[in-house]
Ligand binder design. Structure first.
Ligand code: NAI
Length: 705
């Protein structure tokens, strides 16, 4: 029939099969194949019913996002590839059409499934409409069929939340008609036979029983808008989705579909959709590392050295991915604390119903804990997470060098130290790499994979493969101070402190940043990470401060006052016992004002615009240097780091996508003004100047171009 769609007969049931690896995306080729298949089976007297199933690991997992991206970039049809005729052909098929879903039925896949008359699913299948995560809404009648099947409230939850539901929940809401234990195709064919001969099959479009009257849903829509405002701050797509759902309630099916189409066109033309689609592809591109072997070995046994905050989190992540861990610490008490933390991490998942008690027992058995480095001689990956101290780390690596197998990857979780210096403690620097996890390590998705001067390509490949197996986002970065994420964060933090010295307040700066879309304000982040830590990092590099260049003044004082952030109940903010909500503290504001007066800094009103510009542009300037030095390969890698590890708003696409959207020349013009007003720390990055002169932007930037 076509390369990707074929139809066979299974007795008196026609089975249409999609085979479009890797995820059976609903590409134009698949849609064409389905058109032909349905045309053929509809009039074929040999079959009484139709089953649509997919080969490989999943039912159709979505539209072809490359095609959507083309539309968002102004190429291709305004609403995306049109499959309305296909869906009508499926729904109007005179024989019952049963969709057999396994894996993840997402987006356009679920819309296709809903056009069928019945849906059966494997027990571990999940299904959802995640379009909001790309700044768009379902565009193939999903907003009109979903509420007819599951009701308005459940549809709001799925469209605004964007999270898939599991088969059992889908059965409860009516999205799925039967869960098939055992072979799915057999069960689907059986179900199709049961439904054949029952007269005209039921069309979803004709169902109105769950829609009731528009008035009945006013409360649900109000709650949906509140949910969107709270959980998807500043994002427009959830509101478009709600409008489309309202159309399902107020308009006949075809008119509702036309309304959906109008809304999709508007979404796809939005800056937010473009930014979010960029974020999606940037993350995928970051996973592809040029010049590394594809056949990297899998990690069979890991060892984690240091059972503190990071070590315990990393060990949790490893065993979650099925990798047994030898956990080591120098201190028996610290080791015990680490094991308790790991148990708590799992217990929390058990309590939330996300893990069975049996699975927890199994995973805990995969952690073997002992003091010293005894027994790590069989580990093919070692991750060191001891105190941040160069001498100590060198000792650990020298000892590891004596006992780890020749092929082992020796990784450090350092956040500030020089990987090459650590590697120099071994006779095999080519085996040493940085794996910079973020706290809490079993939750945070980002891992910076830090390539040292001597790190072998095979070692990078093994590390990258491991990070994928942990279901995290790995980005390869160079061995520079702070690597990429924290290197940009440092000037950002510094600039925020200058802003308060000049007249803003910590709470005011944080509010402006949150309004911009950051998940947290920078001062709240500092309090969470610990002011003692920030101070210690500052101490390490104080000798590098150029003479006469401005330095922030308040951090040292907070440190000396024991205002170390959440851990001491006071930092840039104050905290009530057992509560992490930052509370504005007049004492800090007075301290800042007195410090500024002492230093002769004139106080003035600082606008929110200035706060955002100075915090963002100083980061962008630093990012330009990182790119130019080759410490990140692509602008998209830096965006990925900020989207997955630093709470940067997805709808702005990351700091460098944001710079492009403002306009590199405009960003540079402001940087020049800040340079004139505030001095050397604002020296424009040469790459920015070159871009502005040549009319280029960050999206064009790939190393070597
Ligand atoms: P931590 O102080 O919680 O844990 C360090 C552990 O190492 C302690 O349990 C200590 O007993 C143990 N240790 C010390 N010397 C040892 C030795 N010779 N052999 C075995 N164990 C030894 O520290 P944390 O926060 O877990 O940091 C660990 C590393 O991770 C540091 O390099 C830090 O810079 C880095 N990091 C920390 C992040 C954070 O947010 N805490 C984030 C990213 C990286």
């Amino acid at each position: 029939m076509s390369d990707v769609v074929r139809a066979d007969l299974e007795g008196d049931v026609a089975v249409i099969n999609i085979d479009n690896p890797p995820v059976n995306a609903l590409s134009t080729a698949v849609a064409d194949g389905l058109r032909a298949a349905f045309a053929a089976v509809s009039g074929d007297g040999r079959s009484r019913a139709v089953v649509l199933a997919c080969a490989g690991r999943t039912f159709v997992a979505g539209a072809d996002i490359r095609e959507l991206e083309a539309v968002a970039e102004g190429r291709g049809p305004a609403g995306g590839p049109d499959v309305h005729d296909l869906l009508t052909a499926v729904e109007d098929c005179p024989k019952p059409v049963v969709m057999a879903m396994h894996g993840t039925t997402l987006g356009g896949g679920l819309e296709l499934a809903m056009a069928g008359h019945y849906r059966v699913a494997a027990p571990d299948a999940s299904m959802g409409q995640p379009e909001v995560n790309l700044g768009i809404i379902p565009g193939a009648e999903g907003s009109q069929r979903l509420p007819r099947l599951v009701g308005v409230e459940a549809a709001i939850e799925m469209l605004v939340g964007g999270r898939p539901v599991r088969a059992a929940q889908a059965l409860e809401t009516g999205l799925v008609d039967r869960i098939v234990e055992g072979p799915l195709l057999d069960g689907a064919v059986q179900f199709a036979r049961e439904m054949a001969g029952r007269g005209a099959p039921p069309r979803t479009r004709d169902r109105n029983d769950k829609l009731a009257s528009p008035d009945a849903h006013a409360g649900a829509f109000r709650a949906g808008r509140e949910m969107a405002a709270a959980t998807r701050k500043n994002e427009t797509a959830p509101f478009f989705a709600l409008e489309a759902l309202e159309a399902a309630v107020t308009l006949p099916f075809d008119a509702g579909c036309r309304r959906e189409k109008d809304l999709v066109v508007r979404c796809l033309a939005s800056d937010q959709a473009r930014a979010m689609i960029h974020g999606f592809f940037a993350e995928r591109a970051a996973a592809k590392i040029p010049g590394i072997p594809e056949d990297a070995p899998d990690v069979g046994q890991a060892a984690v050295i240091g059972a503190g905050t990071m070590g315990a989190g990393i060990a949790t992540a490893l065993v979650n991915a099925g990798i047994p861990v030898r956990l080591r610490d120098a201190s028996p008490e610290a080791l015990e604390r680490g094991v308790v933390t790991i148990r708590k991490n799992f217990q929390r998942r058990v309590d939330r119903g996300r893990m069975t008690a049996a699975a927890m027992t199994e995973r805990l058995a995969m952690v073997e804990a002992a003091t010293g480095l005894v027994g790590v001689g069989d580990a093919d990956l070692v991750i060191e997470a001891v105190f941040e101290d160069m001498g100590l780390k060198k000792n650990v690596f020298a000892e590891l060098d004596g006992i780890a197998p020749a092929e082992a990857v020796l990784a450090t979780n350092t956040s500030t130290l020089d990987i090459d210096a650590i590697a120099s403690a071994t006779r095999r620097p080519e085996s040493v790499i940085g794996l910079h996890f973020f706290s809490p390590a079993h939750v945070m998705r980002l891992v910076e994979i830090v390539r040292g001067e001597s790190t072998d390509a095979r070692v990078v490949a093994t590390a990258s493969r491991l990070v994928k197996r942990l279901r995290k986002v790995g980005v390869v970065v160079g061995n520079c101070r702070g690597f990429v994420g924290n290197r940009m964060m440092l000037p950002y933090m510094r600039e925020a402190q200058f802003l308060v010295e000049e007249g803003a307040t910590p709470a005011g700066v944080d509010a402006a940043l949150r309004e911009f879309g950051m998940a947290m304000g920078i001062f709240a982040v500092d309090d969470m990470g610990g002011i003692d830590l920030a101070w210690r990092v500052r101490q390490q590099y104080r000798h590098l401060d150029a003479p006469g260049v401005r330095a922030p003044l308040v951090l040292d004082k907070l440190y000396a006052m024991n205002r170390w952030g959440q851990k001491t109940g006071r930092g840039w903010y104050r905290y009530e016992d057992g509560d992490r909500t930052p509370i504005r503290d007049p004492e800090v504001e007075a301290l800042v004002a007195a410090t500024a007066a002492e230093a002769g800094i004139a106080r003035r009103d600082v606008t929110d615009t200035e706060i955002v510009e100075r915090c963002m542009y100083i980061m962008i300037n630093e990012a330009a240097r990182i790119l130019e030095e080759g410490h990140a390969a692509r602008a998209g890698d830096i965006d990925t780091i900020y989207l997955s590890g630093y709470g940067f708003p997805r709808y702005r696409g990351g700091p460098l996508w944001y710079a492009d959207s403002v306009g590199v020349d405009r960003v540079l013009a402001r940087i020049r003004e800040f340079h004139a007003a505030h001095g050397a720390l604002w020296t424009p990055a040469p790459l920015l100047e070159r871009f502005a002169a040549e009319g280029k932007n960050f999206a064009d930037f790939h190393r070597g171009r």
